[in-house]
Write a protein that binds this ligand. Structure first.
Ligand SMILES: *Cc1c(COP(=O)(O)O)cnc(C)c1O
Length: 409
C-alpha cells in the first residue's frame, strides 16, 4: 500500500474557502494525459464529502466512519470536511493514523479482540476511551491494560442471527443474548458509559434487519437490568451496484429511529458505523487491457489488487471504456476479466458490459471501488504499483438517498 503514489493531494481548507484557483481533472483527462500502464485510482473527494455530510445530517446520532473500508488519507480528509468527527478503528495502526491526522477526532476502538499493546497504545498514547468487547476475557484485558480506568466507554458487541446482508459478519464476533446481558452487568460498575453494538452484515439490503437487531438489543437490556448510554447499530448500509438498487437510505434510518424509540431509552445516544455507504462511490479504478482472448480481457488489476470483491464474492461493478482516437463499437458485449497475477483464481466473471470491439491498450474505468478496493491490495507476484489521482467526476452509479444535499432541498 505504501506503493500508492499520491498526486494532486489537495488541502481541504483551500476548498472550504471556496477559491476556484485550481480545477481537478476529469477521469478521461487524467487517463489521456498519463496514459497509465498501471492501475490508476481515481478519487472523488467531493463525492465523499457530500455523501458523508448527507449521512451525518440525516442520521439522528453520532456517525463513526469505519476506517478499514478506506484508510487513504485523502479519503479521511474528505470525511472530515463532510463533518465526520468520529472514527471506528480496529487496530493500533488505524488509531495512530487517525490521531496523527486529526488531534481533535473521537476515536473508538471497535474490534472485539485486541492485543494488549494495542489497548495500551490507544488508551495511554492516543486518548481512546471507547472499547468494544464480546467476552469476559476481553473486558478483563481492557480493565488491566487501562489500569482500571474510570473514564471508559465500554460497548458489548451482540451476535445476530444471519440474514439480509451480502456479507455475513455474524460468525466471528458477538456475544449471544444471555452472555451479552451478563457482560453488561459486569461492565456497568466499571463504565463511565455503557453501550450495546451489533453489525447486521455488510451491504445489507433489508432495512428491517436493523429493526430486528434492535428488538434483540431490547431483550438484552431487559435481561441485564442496567442503565444503557449508547446503542450502536454498526455498519452495513448498502450502495448501488449494476442491477442492484437498495432501498433509500432514509428507509434504513426510519426503521432504526422507530425501533430505537421503542426501546424507551431517552437518555441513550445512537451511534452508527458506516463504511461502504460513505466511500463506495468515491473512487474508481482505471485498468488497461493487455490482451483480449474471446470475451475475456486480461487487465492489469485483479483480485490480489483492488478488485478482490469481483473475484470469489462475485460482486459486479459498473465499467466503461476510455479510448483515445477510434470510435468504439455501439454493440455492447459481456466480458470477464483475468487479473495480472499467474494464479488462475485471479478471475472476475462479471459480466462487465463494454463495447464489442474491446482491444489491447483500451482503458476501462471500474466504479464503486471506494469501499474495500484499494485497502485490500497486495504485492503478490510483484503487481504492487498503482497511481492515485483526484478527479472531479460524479459517481459512476447513484445510490438512492445519497443525492448531494444541495439537490435534495
Ligand atoms: C467493517 C465494519 C464496519 C463497516 O461496515 P460496512 O458494511 O462497510 O458499513 C462497521 N463496524 C464494524 C465493527 C466493522 O467491522
Amino acid at each position: 500500500m505504501s506503493q500508492i503514489r499520491s498526486r494532486a493531494a489537495v488541502s481541504p481548507f483551500r476548498r472550504i474557502s471556496g477559491e476556484a484557483s485550481f480545477r481537478l481533472p476529469s477521469v478521461d483527462e487524467a487517463v489521456l494525459a498519463a496514459q497509465p500502464a498501471e492501475p490508476m485510482h481515481c478519487l472523488r473527494p467531493t463525492v465523499i464529502t457530500d455523501t458523508a455530510a448527507r449521512f451525518a445530517q440525516s442520521f439522528q446520532g453520532d456517525v463513526l466512519y469505519a476506517v478499514k473500508c478506506n484508510p487513504e488519507p485523502a479519503v479521511l480528509r474528505a470525511m472530515w470536511e463532510g463533518g465526520i468527527r468520529h472514527f471506528d478503528c480496529a487496530s493500533a495502526g488505524e488509531v495512530s493514523l487517525v490521531r496523527q491526522m486529526f488531534p481533535e477526532a473521537d476515536i473508538h476502538f471497535m474490534h472485539p479482540v485486541k492485543s494488549r499493546p494495542a489497548i495500551r497504545e490507544a488508551y495511554w498514547r492516543h486518548g481512546v476511551r471507547d472499547f468494544v468487547f464480546d467476552s469476559a476475557g476481553e473486558l478483563g484485558k481492557i480493565m488491566e491494560e487501562t489500569e482500571q480506568a474510570a473514564d471508559l466507554g465500554l460497548v458489548v458487541r451482540l451476535a445476530l442471527p444471519a440474514g439480509g446482508a451480502m456479507y455475513d459478519l455474524s460468525g466471528k464476533f458477538g456475544a449471544a443474548v444471555d452472555e451479552a446481558a451478563e457482560l453488561l452487568r459486569a461492565a456497568r460498575p466499571r463504565a463511565l458509559r455503557l453501550g450495546v453494538s451489533f453489525h447486521v452484515g455488510s451491504q445489507c439490503m433489508d432495512p428491517l434487519a436493523y429493526r430486528r437487531a434492535l428488538v434483540l438489543v431490547g431483550d438484552v437490556i431487559r435481561r441485564a437490568g442496567v442503565a444503557i448510554d449508547i446503542v450502536d447499530v454498526g455498519g452495513g448500509f448498502p450502495v448501488s451496484y449494476p442491477d442492484i438498487e437498495p432501498p433509500p437510505l432514509g428507509a434504513y434510518f426510519a426503521e432504526i429511529e422507530g425501533a430505537f424509540d421503542d426501546l424507551g431509552l431517552p437518555a441513550a445516544r445512537l451511534w452508527a458505523e458506516p463504511g461502504r455507504a460513505l466511500v463506495a462511490a468515491g473512487a474508481s479504478v482505471v485498468v488497461q487491457v493487455q490482451l483480449r482472448r474471446g470475451d475475456v480481457l486480461y487487465v492489469n488489476d485483479g483480485v490480489y489488487g483492488s478488485l478482490s470483491d469481483a473475484g470469489a464474492p462475485a460482486f459486479r461493478f459498473p465499467a466503461r471504456l476510455i479510448r483515445a482516437g477510434a470510435k468504439p463499437s455501439e454493440e455492447p458485449r459481456a466480458f470477464a476479466f483475468f487479473g495480472p497475477t499467474c494464479d488462475s483464481a485471479d478471475y472476475m466473471k462479471g459480466p462487465f458490459w463494454l463495447p464489442a470491439d474491446m482491444r489491447e491498450g483500451d482503458w476501462i474505468e471500474i466504479g464503486q471501488l471506494g469501499a474495500y478496493g484499494a485497502c485490500l491490495r497486495t504485492a503478490f507476484n510483484g503487481f504492487d504499483r498503482a497511481q492515485l489521482v483526484e478527479v472531479r467526476d460524479a459517481p459512476m452509479l447513484r445510490t438512492p438517498g445519497h443525492e448531494p444535499l444541495t439537490l435534495a432541498a
